[in-house]
Write a protein that binds this ligand. Structure first.
Ligand code: FMN
Length: 406
């Protein structure tokens, strides 16, 4: 995703500057060419030397902006060099300048001199964030730039509120999306409903039937769709993953709960992607008290849980797109997936083998074959789940009726 890609990072003078060191380090380790531009304010918090060392490239300051050393104006060359730009943390001060189109330092000049997609990640004290002037600048910026956060949580000033910088790895993923898509918002105006994780069917309060699904694929799909401008509703079964920013989420445990959540959202979804691993069966009886070891049944009577995907397939209107996943083992995985595609009235199915290393449950990567009802068959090699998510969304965007919004 990042190897050989050119990422410019603008750092402004907020206390969260130290967190951007991790963004720079992660990108450099992933093979990106990273150039960092610091405002004078940023240098009060972390030195250019730190960023240069992490990026393995020199870092730039306003002294460079006015220097004759570079020949061509530096803001033009850096603006043209960048394939994607991140400004993090974005201060109230720099936000105001960007909203007005001011250009009084190297970074704000680069913003005006580039055609690259720009991601803004603001961070500041809650009181500052909630100021009407800051909010009105933010309204302007949200319409013009990609943006992430700020989060709500504990702030450096020891208060709890909105103003935290989003987590570095979430920023890195968004930059990955911008590099993969060129920053296009081709899902703007679309509602995407996604399920993730593995449901649990309890026998008693401590024992359940479940599966090892980590939710990574569904979360990657949710992030990718949101980065492309969709309004995303994510229904997730138990997972250790952090809840992504800017996505409406609902947490569920059992197949029944997942069915209820999905059925209530389905009618207004343009695209529904069922990546959750739903336990197919549950114990016939649920015991409210923990069973003693000696009381555990030797044979456990089971019953089926609702077949969510089939019901969605039956309810689907022609303009809606429904995607299922077929996590299979064995050589006939593609035949099984193709059968599921037609039996459940799906538009697309993602067939993947979970009996191979580095793909399927719990892994950050996946390999899959995307099958459509009209006969398309697209092989996706072993890639990060975020990349697979974008590959699938590319297919769905191409099949979405451009004139029909649900
Ligand atoms: C200790 C300290 C922490 C600050 N943290 C923030 C912050 O988190 N967010 C913010 O918008 N401004 C913060 N400021 C104020 C900015 O540094 C100040 O507005 C500065 O002019 C920003 O300049 P720049 O946008 O060019 O970097 C802080 C100032 C100090 C002294």
């Amino acid at each position: 995703m990042f190897a050989g890609r050119r990422v410019l990072i603008g750092v402004t003078g907020g206390i969260a500057t130290y967190k951007v060191c991790e963004v720079v380090s992660t990108l450099a380790k992933a093979g990106a060419e990273v150039r960092v531009v610091l405002t004078d304010g940023a240098q009060q918090f972390v030195s250019a030397l730190t960023f240069a060392t992490l990026a393995r490239e020199r870092a730039y300051t306003d002294a460079d902006f006015w220097s004759a050393e570079h020949g061509a104006p530096l803001h033009i060359t850096l603006g043209q060099w960048a394939e994607v730009i991140l400004i993090a943390p974005l201060t109230a001060n720099t936000a105001a300048k960007l909203a007005l189109g001011l250009a009084d330092n190297l970074l704000t000049n680069i913003v005006l001199a580039t055609a690259a997609p720009i991601l803004l990640a603001p961070a500041m004290n809650t009181q500052m964030w909630e100021q009407p002037t800051v909010q009105s600048h933010w309204q302007v910026l949200q319409n013009r730039f990609h943006h992430l956060g700020p989060q709500t949580g504990r702030l450096a000033c020891d208060s709890v509120g909105t103003g935290r910088l989003v987590e570095p790895l979430e920023i890195v993923d968004y930059l990955g999306s911008l590099l993969l898509t060129g920053g296009k918002k081709d899902l703007l105006g679309r509602t995407v409903l996604i399920s993730a994780g593995g449901t649990r069917e309890f026998l008693d309060p401590v024992r359940f039937i479940g599966n090892p699904s980590s939710g990574r694929m569904g979360f990657a799909l949710a992030a990718a769709a949101a980065h492309r401008g969709a309004s995303v509703y994510l229904v997730y079964a138990p997972t250790e993953l952090a809840i992504p920013q800017g996505i409406q989420c609902e947490s569920v445990i059992s197949a029944d709960e997942m069915a209820e959540a999905l059925f209530s959202q389905f009618a207004t979804a343009d695209i529904t992607i069922m990546s959750a691993a739903v336990a197919d069966v549950r114990p016939q009886t649920f015991h409210t008290e923990k069973l003693a070891k000696a009381e555990l049944p030797k044979i456990l009577p089971l019953e089926s849980v609702p077949d969510i995907l089939s019901t969605l397939g039956e309810r689907k209107r022609p303009e809606q797109i429904l995607v299922g996943f077929a996590a299979q083992t064995g050589e006939d995985f593609l035949d099984l997936a193709r059968k599921k595609l037609f039996v459940k009235h799906l538009d697309w199915i993602v067939a993947n083998r979970i009996d191979k290393p580095q793909q399927g449950f719990g892994s950050d990567t996946n390999r899959a074959i995307l099958l459509s009802k009209s006969g398309q068959c697209i092989e996706v090699p072993l890639v990060r789940k975020l990349v697979l998510a974008h590959n699938l969304l590319d297919c769905l965007v191409a099949t979405c009726d451009p004139y029909t919004l649900v």
